[in-house]
Design a protein around this ligand. Sequence first.
Ligand code: GTP
Ligand code: MG
Ligand code: ZN
Length: 351
Amino acid sequence: MQELDFDRLRSIGLSAAMAQSIATAWQTTPGAPLRVTEVHRETVRASDGVAELTLRLLPRLQRSLVDDAESLAVGDWLLAEADRFGDWWAHTRIPPQTLLARRDTHGLPQVFASNVDTALLVMGLDADFSPRRLERYLALVLGSGVAPVVVLSKADLCGHMLAGRLQTLALRLPVGLEVVPVDARDPHSVAHLTPWLAKGQTLVVLGSSGAGKSTLTNTLLGAAVQDTGVVRIGDGRGRHTTTVRSLHRLPCGACIIDTPGVRTLRPASDTAGAGFDDVLTLAQACRFRNCAHGAEPGCAVREGVEADRLANFKKLGREQRRDTLSALERREQLRVWKARSRASRRGAIHG
Ligand SMILES: Nc1nc2c(ncn2[C@@H]2O[C@H](COP(=O)(O)OP(=O)(O)OP(=O)(O)O)[C@@H](O)[C@H]2O)c(=O)[nH]1
Ligand SMILES: [Mg+2]
Ligand SMILES: [Zn+2]
C-alpha cells in the first residue's frame, strides 16, 4: 500500500478530502499523485510538491475524458507512472472537489480551474469597473462550492472615486460578499488578502484582460514570474498578455492559478439565479405568478430592484435558457453517435 506524503503535497494544495479520494483511487489503481499546473495540447505539466514534470495521458484516460465530455483542468489531481524510459504517463484523474467552468462561444463547456477554494474576482477601479460584468463572474462562481472574493485593483489610481464605487457595489451585490480594494503592485496592500491565503488553500484569479491578475500573482509570489502588460489609454483594456492558465506555489503555503483575461463570460450550469436572491425573493410578491418583471401591473421586482441589475438578471436568464437547450441537443447527438458506433461494431463482428 502506498503512503501519502501529506505535508509535501499540502504545499501544492492537497486538501483532506482530496487525500481521501486519492486513497480510495489507490485501492484499484496505484500511482504517484501529481497536481496539474499547466495544460497543453499534447502534454500537461504537473507538480509532485517538490518538482514539476511533463506528462502525457494514457489513451485510456484520454478516452474516459472524451466519453464523459470532460477535459483536464489546471488544479486537477492525477495518478501517474513513469515507464522504463523515464517518461511519465497519467492514467487516472481524481474527480475534482470543485470546478469552475463556463461555456465558450459555441456553447461548449470550458473549464477554468478545479479544486479551488477561493476565486478572486479581479476588477480594476479604472475603466475596467463594471458591476454588471462582476455579476456575471459571481454567477459563474456561486453554486460551484468556491468562495468568491471581489478584489478591486488599481485603488491607487481612483482617488476620491473609491468611496462612491464601494457604495455602488454594496448596494448592488449580495450581502456578505467580501470586497477588497488593493494596489496589486504593493505587497502591503495585497496583505489584505491574507485571510484567504492559508497553507494548503488554492486560489484562482478571474477577470478581464488588464485587470491586474498577473500583477497580483507576482506580488503574492514576491517575484516577477508572470508577464504583465500595459493597458490601452482611454478604455483601460488589456492586451491579453497571459495566454495559458498556470498554477503557482506561494511562499505563504497557498497556491494561486493565474488565468488569461476572459473575452465573453457566460456561466456553465443552472446558475441563472445565483447572486440574485433579492430578485428571487421579491418575485414571490409579484401579483402574477409567471410575472416576467416587465410591464406587468403589481410587479414587486420592478419596484424593488435597480433597473440595470434587473436587466442583467433577465439577460443572464435568457442566455441560460439558450445554453440549456443546446446542452440537451448535444446530449441527444452524443446518444445517436454512441448508438451508431455500437451498431457498426456489431456489424464488424457479425459481418
Ligand atoms: N497602478 C496600478 N497599476 C496596476 C495595478 N494592477 C495592475 N496594474 C497594471 O495594469 C496593467 C495590466 O496588468 P496585468 O497584471 O498584466 O493584467 P492581467 O489581468 O494579468 O491581464 P491579462 O493577462 O491580459 O488577462 C499592468 O501595466 C500593471 O502594472 C494596480 O493595482 N495599480
Ligand atoms: Mg495576466
Ligand atoms: Zn414581477
